[in-house]
Design a protein around this ligand. Structure first.
Ligand code: GLV
Ligand code: MN
Ligand code: MN
Length: 531
């Protein structure tokens, strides 16, 4: 349908817009709307306007039709009456061409909602299609990059919100940009099981890291609610706004806000263009002052579970589609800045140079050497740059990141202490200064044994495998932050292509996505309200 609209002439597009009834207008009063429109307009409270509101709507509707020559169209699903009226007021100020595009976009959203109600394809292929769809929003034209609060990131959030609404969830976008969809349990039970993962990505990312843990729950809830099922507890699906730390070098912004662990000093961190996080939030329509209020009350929580791709080869090599995470490795991340002395590449003799990049190179090798040979310990320098460098200038400054992880905190802390000592030796030998700034420090987190057991049982019921693989996670996850306020567990899904992740070749199969959805559904249906 979208392709047909794109090919259509302006007059044909206008015919499509004009085929829509006036919102809360005479057709609604005469009962001429489709049952779907009636339901949605009632849901937004448009059938219960006060006489003053009705008069205001009529006035605005008339002004709108006179200005543009077509009726006001908006996908009202998930909006309340006030939001609809306010949108009408704002859109009256648009220029004609812009407003025509907005109306067509809204028609596209309405069509999406209607289709979601009709289609009952297997969850696996639907999840794959949704992941492809989200991957179209990218900060760069080549590949997928979706950093916190960029236009691509906001478009991703808007589409996730639409899908959640289409699945029958109540949706809010909180102060840091988390998209939270709630499926209220029977008997208005406030006890909430949380699930979800992140929708931001690394640069040149795969399509499943984080997003799988949002799409699996949405597709399962859509299926269950279409089938008329109800859970005895509230399920909240959280699409976390930020986990990767790409733009501001601070990670887990989404889960930290929900766990009440958001450090407001992070609001002053700056991106590569010198924009503060606070400024980026305000520009995106978010309210940084409301972040403390976004924290969840742990007393209302039944737990947090995350579905995630394994991001490694263990399940692939074991020919197992699904596995249970046992723990999440602790990690420490630092930014190191080496300051030497810039100079002419042709004139300064080698023995008297204070080359910052050469010192950084020693540090890179020290990280590799110190973190090799200890099982469970890994170290990576992922960022390395000479700011403002030139081919004929000795580097005066070099910046690098150091990421150290281990499945036990003592091993990780010992490695960092040794590297800091080595950094001092390198600095004094080369007469440079090396400053370290710690930007992340999370302890190794065990997954709750009860959660592990429940995931193992769900995998067994769905796949028939009696003892599904249990494996530690070397990657960090929102689950490790949420574990600070509630019981946590994770389901891992097999990766293809040798298990590669944080790379465009990252992949899973539709069949495995289907199994993940079935295991997740089984987990929900068997999850006890009381421990
Ligand atoms: C998150 O993707 C991480 O770096 O582990
Ligand atoms: Mn990642
Ligand atoms: Mn991830």
């Amino acid at each position: 349908m979208c392709a047909a609209v794109e090919r259509a002439t302006i007059d044909e597009r206008l015919l499509l817009i004009r085929a829509h009834p006036e919102l809360a207008g005479r057709a609604a009063i005469r009962g001429e709307l489709t049952p779907e429109s009636t339901r949605e307009q009632q849901g937004a409270g448009l059938a219960a306007c006060t006489p003053e509101e009705f008069a205001r709507l009529q006035r605005l509707n008339t002004a709108y039709t006179q200005k543009f020559g077509f009726p006001f169209v908006i996908a009202v699903k998930g909006l309340n009456r006030l939001a609809v009226i306010t949108a009408l007021e704002h859109r009256l100020e648009n220029a004609l061409e812009h407003e025509r595009a907005v109306a067509l976009r809204e028609i596209g959203r309405i069509a999406g909602f209607r289709l979601a109600d009709l289609v009952d394809e297997p969850p696996g292929s639907r999840i794959m299609a949704m992941a492809e769809h989200l991957a179209r929003f990218s900060d760069r034209p080549d590949g997928l990059s979706c950093a916190y609060l960029t236009p691509a990131h906001r478009a991703t959030a808007a589409l996730i919100r639409d899908w959640m609404l289409g699945a029958g969830l109540d949706v809010e976008i909180d102060a840091v940009g988390n998209v939270i969809g709630r499926w209220h349990g029977a008997a208005g039970n406030a006890a909430t099981l949380l699930t979800g993962s992140h929708y931001d990505t690394v640069v040149d990312a795969g399509k499943f890291d984080g997003r799988l843990g949002i799409l699996v729950p949405i597709s399962v809830v859509a299926r269950l609610s279409r089938a008329g099922a109800q859970l005895p507890y509230t399920l909240a699906i959280v699409a976390f706004a930020e986990e990767e730390g790409v733009r501001f070098k601070s990670t887990f912004l989404g889960s930290r806000a929900l766990a009440g662990r958001f450090d407001s000093a992070m609001l002053d961190s700056v991106d590569a263009d010198g924009l503060t996080m606070r400024e980026a939030m305000v520009a995106a329509g978010l309210d940084p002052g409301a972040i403390p209020a976004a924290a969840l009350d742990p007393r209302t929580l039944l737990g947090f579970v995350e579905v995630h791709i394994e991001q490694g080869p263990v399940l692939l090599n074991a020919s197992a589609p699904l596995g249970v995470a046992t723990s999440i490795a602790g990690s420490v991340r630092c930014l190191a800045a080496v300051t030497g002395l810039a100079g002419h590449a042709g004139t300064v003799p080698m023995p008297v140079r204070r080359d910052a990049a050469a010192a950084a190179a020693e540090l890179v090798l020290a990280v590799e050497k110190r973190c090799s040979g200890t099982p469970g310990l890994v170290g990576t320098v992922g960022l390395l740059q000479v700011p403002g460098g030139a081919m004929n200038v000795i580097p005066g400054r070099c910046e690098l990141s150091v990421d150290i992880r281990a499945d036990n905190d003592a091993a990780r802390d010992a490695a960092l202490a040794d590297l800091l000592a080595e950094s001092e030796r390198i600095a004094s030998r080369r007469t440079v200064e090396i400053q370290w700034r710690r930007v992340l420090d999370v302890r190794c987190v065990p997954c709750a044994p009860r959660m592990q057991q429940r995931w193992a049982e769900s995998i067994r019921r769905v796949t028939g495998v009696i003892e599904p693989p249990r494996l530690p996670s070397g990657a960090g996850h929102d689950a490790m932050v949420m574990a600070q306020i509630t019981e946590m567990g994770m389901l891992f899904v097999r990766c293809g292509n040798g298990g590669i992740s944080h790379h465009p070749s990252e992949t899973i199969s539709a069949a495995d996505a289907d199994l993940a959805a079935r295991a997740f559904e089984d987990f929900l249906l068997n999850f006890p309200v009381s421990p």
